[in-house]
Design a protein around this ligand. Structure first.
Ligand code: GDP
Length: 616
């Protein structure tokens, strides 16, 4: 039956392609989507544009109107019913458009800010699109920001470019060329779309302005050309249902619903569906098929329109029992009399197992929590490429038990005692517990920002540790006091010294090895007289951090209150050498972190001082 059904597919019966918008933050993705929507509604009537669940549908008639303003020689014979554009732009939504390892998106718009060129997320987007083999056009947005730009609202871009003054056009050309060069560095050939004859091999660039609407007719036309030329096969309507769960939402009066992207086939009320859940596969019956109420029908009671049957491609909300722990970003299947229920259950959980299974087994690392499987996967990919180990992953809000799990790391690697929470709620109890325990929770609803915050935090941790190490890793030195240069005889001690050997460094604790005093902590024992730590060094009147053998410097030594009685001339004088206080630990830290800062004579001094301090 399935073969029969597939055989009956026809290039005359196509479904709408699904389009997703990608790019770096602030390139104008949202604005562009907005403008496309509004430009097309201008004709007074809504022109058949329908707001669906998570997507906007543009019927072909509407698209034809708007692209009509373009040169006729570019006009194409389009058999597509329309275009379905996903409402939420960005990595996160793309990652959720997963379907059996490939993507549900048929085509993408990659938005680049003409003033900034390729940015970090542009490059990540390119990687994602290539990995899933999704063809894309590149919108070079914000052309109106070229200095002196003369706007021609809503115009095809070539009309607009033709009327720009020479210097404006020249800036436009230079910047576009820069983008082309940067794309080349990513291994992509690109050309302005009207110079591009090879759609398959060469990326089309469409200059746009989301503010003035210039280039938007071009963008839509290129999208349609691309989809029609490249993927008729993929877009043939098939009776076999294919769908992806985009979101799981609780709706007042309806209960928990799943928002799905129906990519192919049909859904009927009463159908049995199989979806992935946090606690295993969910098999349930569709109670209601919903789409949003059209804007002009708002007075009609209820937020949604109920349907008996819906046909792809469509954004649909499904109400059914037992959807509470459904996972967004997974495939949804129909269970018919022909299907093996267990097979479908396994299929639906395969993605989840794939991603959840990708967690370090040592239990060492950060905790990761995301709203959907797709965003979880995108997060995991970032952490993998950044060599950040992950101890646990969750889908859904952060609860106390999650904080408690993350707190285990406090005793092992403090910097990993954190939760990276993407687009999920943190319960108040969890927040309070985290503050009590010292577990950091990073939240953001753009993955990129989450990465940013966490990377910055790791950097801080690293610096902090380095400062700690610096304090503990004592450089070896032997200092000789210059008797004519004693400026302060009591705490803080200040005098001129000659560095007899080793390196004098700020932070170094100093002792007088040949002055032994009673050790209060160990009655009957003695210890070396300790002066305190060097807090500053001056060389030729200027502060320095270190100074090497043979140099003369002034040092300021700060003692604790217990050391403040120590007086030059009474407890020690210029005949006593001052040396750095070394310990086993300080030597180890020195070896691990400052190998290259010390030279052979300095290491020899370490060996000598080891004997002085009786270190094994
Ligand atoms: P997104 O993060 O990619 O969704 O970017 P937004 O759509 O939020 O736009 C980011 C900023 O750029 C906003 O302040 C927009 O008003 C501005 N912007 C977007 N498109 C254009 C454009 O074509 N021209 C100009 N001048 N500004 C734009």
């Amino acid at each position: 039956r399935m073969r029969e059904a597939l055989k009956n597919r026809s290039p005359d019966d196509l479904r709408s392609p699904v389009c997703v918008v990608m790019g770096h933050v602030d390139t104008g993705k949202t604005k562009l989507l907005d403008k496309i929507r509004r430009t097309n509604v201008q004709e007074g009537e809504a022109g058949g544009i329908t707001q669906q669940i998570g997507a906007t549908y543009f019927p072909m008639d509407n698209l034809r109107n708007i692209t009509e303003r373009l040169n006729k020689d570019l006009s194409i014979d389009v058999k597509l019913p329309g275009l379905l554009v996903i409402d939420t732009p960005g990595h996160e939504s793309f990652a959720n458009l997963r379907h059996r390892g490939s993507s549900s998106a048929n085509v993408a718009v990659l938005v680049v800010d003409i003033m900034h060129g390729l940015e970090q997320q542009t490059i990540e987007s390119i990687k994602m699109l290539r990995a899933k083999r999704v063809p894309f056009v590149c919108a070079i947005n914000k052309v109106d920001r070229c200095y002196g730009w003369q706007p021609l609202p809503g115009a095809p871009i070539r009309e607009s470019l033709a009327q720009q003054p020479e210097n404006v056009f020249s800036e436009f050309e230079t910047r576009t060329q820069q983008v082309i060069t940067q794309l080349m560095e990513q291994g992509l050939n690109a050309k302005l779309y009207y110079e591009n004859k090879r759609f398959k091999q060469v990326v089309s660039l469409v200059p746009t302005s989301a503010h003035t609407g210039e280039g938007i007719p071009d963008l839509l036309m290129v999208l349609l050309t691309l989809t029609q030329r490249l993927m008729v096969e993929q877009l043939m309507f098939s009776p076999i249902m294919e769908a992806t769960v985009l979101d799981v939402k609780k709706i007042e009066g309806v209960g928990t619903t799943v928002d799905v992207l129906l990519m192919n086939g049909k859904l009927r009320r009463g159908d049995t569906i199989v979806v992935a859940g946090m606690n295993g596969p969910i098999v349930t019956q569709i109670r209601a098929l919903l789409t949003p109420q059209p804007a002009k029908e708002m007075r009609v009671k209820g937020e949604f329109v109920h349907h008996e049957e819906l046909r792809a491609a469509m954004g649909v909300k499904i109400a059914a029992q037992n959807l509470e722990d459904a996972i967004a970003g997974t495939s949804m299947f129909l269970l018919t009399d022909d299907d093996d229920e267990d097979e479908l259950k396994d299929a639906v959980m395969a993605d989840v197992a794939d991603i959840m299974g990708n967690v370090s087994v040592t239990g060492r690392g950060v905790s990761v929590q995301a709203s959907t499987l797709g965003s979880l996967e995108a997060l995991m990919e970032f952490l993998r490429t950044s060599d950040i180990p992950v101890a646990s992953v969750q889908i859904g809000p952060v609860h106390k038990k999650d904080v408690s799990r993350a707190s285990i790391m406090l005793e092992h690697e403090k910097e990993y005692a954190c939760i990276l929470a993407f687009d999920v709620k943190v319960t108040r109890e969890a927040q309070e517990m985290a503050e009590d325990l010292g577990v950091r929770i990073f939240t953001a609803d753009i993955i990129y920002h989450l990465f940013d915050h966490f990377t910055k935090y790791l950097e801080e941790c690293k610096n902090e540790r380095k400062t700690e190490i610096e304090a503990d890793a004592v450089f070896p030195c032997v200092l000789k006091i210059i008797p004519e240069h004693v400026f302060m005889k009591r705490n803080p001690l200040v005098f001129g010294v000659e560095v007899e050997s080793g390196i004098v460094k700020v932070g170094t604790p100093l002792v007088v090895p040949d002055k032994l005093i009673p050790d209060d902590a160990n009655p009957g024992q003695t210890k070396m007289l300790s002066l305190g730590k060097i807090v500053s060094i001056e060389k030729d009147g200027a502060p320095v951090q270190t100074s090497g053998r043979g140099t003369k410097v002034a040092v300021k030594i700060q003692g604790t209150s217990a050391q403040s009685y120590v007086t030059f001339g009474r407890h020690f004088d210029h005949t006593n050498a001052l040396v750095s206080k070394l310990t086993r630990k300080s030597i180890d830290l020195l070896k691990e972190n400052f190998k290259n800062d010390l030279q052979r004579p300095d290491w020899e001094l370490v060996i000598k001082l080891k004997k002085v301090f009786d270190i094994a």
